[in-house]
Design a protein around this ligand. Structure first.
Ligand SMILES: Cc1ncc(COP(=O)(O)O)c(C=O)c1O
Length: 442
């Protein structure tokens, strides 16, 4: 069974108007959430916990939806939001620029080493803008290249361009065809840890397609693709091939950015210099919608030299209140080391390995607080959903991945405020449950 990750659930109000989780007026990605789900409406949050209408408490290791590293009640973020709200809530970016829009862009560029920032409202929109930039960049250089390369295990969002480059959902998207054309898939090695085969595959892709490639989009660690890191050597080789062929390297840091992987931005680990960086999620700690596309100095200079423009705008892109939240996140990032994200992640991975290491059917991996537990590949996705629901019932929220042919399992994005004790207790909960499934743990 292919788990329909993107099955938008269109329900309706029941006659009585009461909330029944199987008849819901909110259109959302269902992921079969409603089956066996007895969580009431969520009514409040505190640090790493959320509470439902029955007063039940959940430890949120989904971290919102991977976007709340600093938890639900970070007063420093609230304070900056309120201050900005009282000072100036909106500024028309077509004709003006607010102090906070300017200052935040400068601050972010200094941290990530880029030359300019385009504000967006979401990760998907940042990807749209990146695809457009790749094509526009080639056009202003008088190149006819339109192709965008991506990996089959990637997920980049749900707007048309973002969907078109999201490998893992292609099989589910037929009803929406045609998607963007000139999308080119890079094969993946069967063994995702075999760096030499990865490099061979990547080199072959460039050999065959470089003439048509405007850009390549990469998540440093496939998130929805099962918490699979792209090996450093491969990333570096891609950078070299992009540079020598004048192809733009787009790094999607929507999930990995703002400290999730034990370093402020995952690309920094590899010592590479992306041409474009897509950001969202943790940028505002999930408090308000915001995204950004950051451009390298090289790309900015090319646009300036050619007197070229990028036709992209959305009214709420760069909303001042959202930027205030983002600015507070950068304040928190100044004390990033205090959260010990890398050490906590290592602790949890090692502890899970200690508990599950004797079972060949399970593998555990993680970078920082982005952790994956893979089940046997051929397990029916219904079994995964069953495990998932039971973990929820134990008061712990995690996420799942299901990529037929590649992997299937649980993903964990603990908030940075989680203690080692939280991590240990969550691991104990998951493992004690898994041990009841002889078709998963053997
Ligand atoms: C790596 C990655 N890119 C892009 C997106 C899309 O972001 P958004 O949901 O804000 O549009 C996501 C969302 O999960 C993501 O994980």
């Amino acid at each position: 069974m292919h788990l329909k990750r993107l099955e938008f659930y269109i329900g309706k109000l029941s006659k009585k108007g009461d909330i029944n989780m199987s008849i819901n007026p909110v259109v959302r990605v269902s992921q079969k959430f409603d089956e066996g789900n007895d969580i009431g409406l969520i009514t409040s949050g505190e640090d790493k916990y959320i509470y439902d209408s029955d007063g039940k408490k959940y430890l949120d290791f989904c971290g919102g939806i991977w976007n709340m590293p600093f938890g639900y009640t970070n007063l420093a973020i609230n304070e900056k939001i309120i201050k900005q709200l009282n000072k100036l809530p909106f500024c028309n970016l077509v004709t003006n620029i607010a102090d906070i829009q300017h200052n935040y862009a400068v601050r972010l560029c200094k941290i990530i080493g880029t030359g300019a920032v385009l504000y967006t409202c979401s990760g998907s929109e940042s990807i749209e803008a990146a695809i457009k930039t790749c094509r526009k960049y080639q056009a202003i250089k008088k190149s006819s290249r339109k192709g965008i390369s991506a990996f089959p295990l990637s997920y980049h969002g749900t707007t048309y361009g973002a969907m078109s480059v999201s490998g893992i959902d292609q099989v589910l998207l037929e009803d929406y065809f045609p998607l963007l054309d000139n999308i080119m898939w890079i094969d993946l090695p069967k063994d995702l840890q075999d760096e030499d085969i990865w490099i061979e595959v990547v080199e072959n892709h460039f050999k065959k397609n470089a003439e048509n490639m405007a850009g390549i989009i990469i998540e440093p660690i496939f998130g929805s693709g099962g918490i699979v890191p792209i090996p450093e050597k491969v990333f570096k080789r891609i950078q070299e091939l992009c540079s020598s062929n004048d192809i733009l390297l787009v790094v999607d840091e929507v999930t990995t950015g703002f400290g999730r992987t034990g370093i402020p931005f995952a690309f920094q680990r590899y010592g590479i210099k992306p041409d474009l960086i897509c950001l969202s999620k943790g940028i505002s700690n999930g408090y308000l919608p915001l995204g950004a596309l950051a451009f390298s100095n090289r790309v900015v200079e090319t646009f300036i030299e050619k007197d070229a423009t990028l036709e992209h705008f959305s009214t709420q892109g760069g909303n001042l209140i959202s930027i205030a939240a983002a600015d507070a996140v950068l304040d928190l990032m100044e004390h990033y080391e205090d959260y010990e994200v890398a050490a906590k992640g290592e602790y949890m991975v090692n502890y899970l390995k200690q508990l599950l290491g004797s079972y060949k059917s399970i593998s555990v991996r993680g970078t920082g607080l982005m952790i994956g537990i893979s089940f046997p590949k051929d397990l029916d996705a219904e079994r995964l959903l069953d495990v998932w629901a039971k973990i929820r019932k134990r008061g712990l929220l995690v996420y799942i991945f299901s990529n037929p042919g590649y992997n299937l399992g649980l993903s964990l994005f603990p908030p940075f405020t989680s203690t080692k004790d939280d991590l240990k207790k969550a691991a104990d909960k998951i493992v004690s449950l898994l041990k009841r499934y002889p078709d998963i743990v053997y």
